[in-house]
Design a protein around this ligand. Sequence first.
Ligand SMILES: [Zn+2]
Ligand SMILES: [Zn+2]
Length: 297
Amino acid sequence: MINLNFSSDNTDQNRTEKKIALLRQMREKLSHYREMLDFFEPIFEWRQRYADALASCPDMRITDDPAYLIRHQKGFPMLTKGDIRVESPIISDYFLKLLSIIKTQAPEKSEMIDGLIDKNGKFRFDVLIGHDFNRAPAVPDNVMIDFLIEETLGPLLDMYSRELGHHIKRSAWSDGFCPVCGKKPAFALLADDGKRILVCSTCSFEWDFKRIKCTFCGNEDQQLLAYLTVENEDMYRIETCDACHGYLKTIDLKNAAHEIVYDIEAIITLHLDIIAGNHGYFNVRQQTSAGTIDQPN
Ligand SMILES: [Zn+2]
Ligand SMILES: [Zn+2]
């Protein structure tokens, strides 16, 4: 195993400490999410160590390559699997660490994933994902595998989006997939000035988006776009599209009742996914718009 105990960058370390403080605050406030938040606390700590290990490894750093800009100008995401050393042991060690946490807390959910590891304990993360960072076609469709893939790619792609994001004019990107990694948004934010901002589900890159447009299918017919509200939770709404039956969780910042940290929002808004599902809308995050188009090299 690679030693994940690298010294931390103070700023990132502080960010993690603040995140855990908020997680504990939410744990007290939202008793129905207590178990889920307890499950994530050690994951947040390991995620920071993993992010530090990635940042300290020269092989994992990305250099400014004109190819990224060319892809961006052509309307493709900047990064594909081929740009990243996905075979690095730092990455597979983190995946295995997460798997061991799941095993302790929910052993029944890890059985199938154990099958991906060979008898000698060897495991290759890179074979799990396709060029668009989604689950590779040969890998079984399983919620836990999708979680592990996203959780493993998140800190890595987040590091790259911070390095490459300055090339992107966030108001000039009009697609519903992330301009850095190609993934779908996890949330939309409604800013005080009325702007709608999308947040990438994997690398957390933020970009501006039209108010009246489905982020998944591009539909702009107002008759087919609506939103669901939740009683006593005016900071959240669920934007829906009757053209593709997709939905997007939305945070209205002017009604925010607590500090917004995306990793925590992803946990404490799971009831919104259930509400959307009960109304016949589904999560289309697993498919990327970009993934269906052949990428230039
Ligand atoms: Zn992204
Ligand atoms: Zn749609």
